[in-house]
Design a protein around this ligand. Sequence first.
Ligand SMILES: Cc1cc2nc3c(=O)[nH]c(=O)nc-3n(C[C@H](O)[C@H](O)[C@H](O)COP(=O)(O)OP(=O)(O)OC[C@H]3O[C@@H](n4cnc5c(N)ncnc54)[C@H](O)[C@@H]3O)c2cc1C
Length: 405
Amino acid sequence: MTTFVIVGGGLAGAKAAETLRAEGFDGEVVLVGEEPERPYERPPLSKGYLLGKAERDSAFVHSADWYEANRVDLRTGVTVAAIDPSAHTVTFGGGTLSYDKLLLTTGASPRRIDIPGASLDGVLYLRRLADSDRVRATFRGGARIVIVGAGWIGLETAAAARLAGCQVTVVEPQPGALHAALGPELGAVFAALHEANGVEFRFGETATEFHGDAAGHVGSVLTSAGTVLPADAVVVGIGAIPNTGLASAAGLEVSNGVVTDAALRTSAPDVFAAGDVANSYHPLLGERVRVEHWSNALHGGPAAARSMLGQQVEYDRVPYFYSDQYDLGMECSGLPSPGSYDQVVYRGDRSTLEFIAFWLSQGRLVAGMNVNVWDVTSDIQSLIRSARPVDQARLADPAIPLTDV
Ligand SMILES: Cc1cc2nc3c(=O)[nH]c(=O)nc-3n(C[C@H](O)[C@H](O)[C@H](O)COP(=O)(O)OP(=O)(O)OC[C@H]3O[C@@H](n4cnc5c(N)ncnc54)[C@H](O)[C@@H]3O)c2cc1C
């Protein structure tokens, strides 16, 4: 019996297992995940689930009985300790299992803050279901929540905390919100949205110490400006680090993630990687990218599965991300980080929070974000994919369909 092993029970791993079966793979599929739950999606953890609006069950990728029905041998609460690409084995639970093909979907972990007081009770991170439960438990009306980091996790948590009636301060060393993700122009839109909803930002400041009470619970945050921010809880959202330990120890090429080609093959024969952990060559962008987005796990896992089956795969999807904060819903296609563009063009009025932003480089579309405007993602992605020069006046004109720009 041919055995395919998937290490990492998140969205990418679960979708890979689903694809193996959908493509007719009849061998053994073993899916190993260290979390106690079966695979689930993380976006609700900082949105609907954190707000208490979405049921826990709605986050799971498959129903509990799906795994047995599809002959996927799911091992939860099990950490893979080692992989040996030359012997084609994985080690976990004190035993060793041979594989024919191996997929690494080990995801990423929150970057930990290393300052005095970092291990106090009430200093929290947000990655897993249990983290979301812990953060939600601090959302008592009037509670003072300090958030370290004005990235996506920080801002979505800020929105949830404000909607729960908490006082929220966000400490961020960059001059604005979402600086690395969107650049200053669109970061300012999100900062204004949060300020209008009562969030206080401390831009240009870092958290330098957490101070606790006698019981070891955080009570305040000292910033680099000497400000003391009272805190009933702190949520740290300062980025994520790919879980590359297994791959490094096994001698795979690792550089900001497990390096793969466009077919999601790693440097070791019969070993593949997908999702947050993979730093994959992207044929459209002409470089390697590591994309920490839901959509990349959703589509990358299946692409890796097809590659494992020997199909011709060139994984070149336009990176896609979405977020919901207060009444703002948005989708972003492309990677508009500072340095990747030289101009931003708007279609619609930013102040009404119903617009599309386009990031251009030398007249070509690098990325586009639709804010409270829907059903335009595929048009935006086609424009990015075409890599052709676009007429800026037509791009900005809402009367001209994006297909005619
Ligand atoms: C709170 C939150 C909100 C988010 N919201 C959005 C959003 O709105 N939009 C969006 O596009 N993206 C969002 N994301 C990002 C998105 O959830 C991730 O890109 C996605 O979860 C990546 O899936 P993955 O399967 O690659 O990795 P993961 O979800 O990290 O899963 C990897 C799994 O592998 C396990 N694992 C690691 N090492 C081992 C080992 N040695 N043995 C066994 N198991 C192991 C891990 O414990 C984990 O369970 C959010 C992320 C978080 C944390």
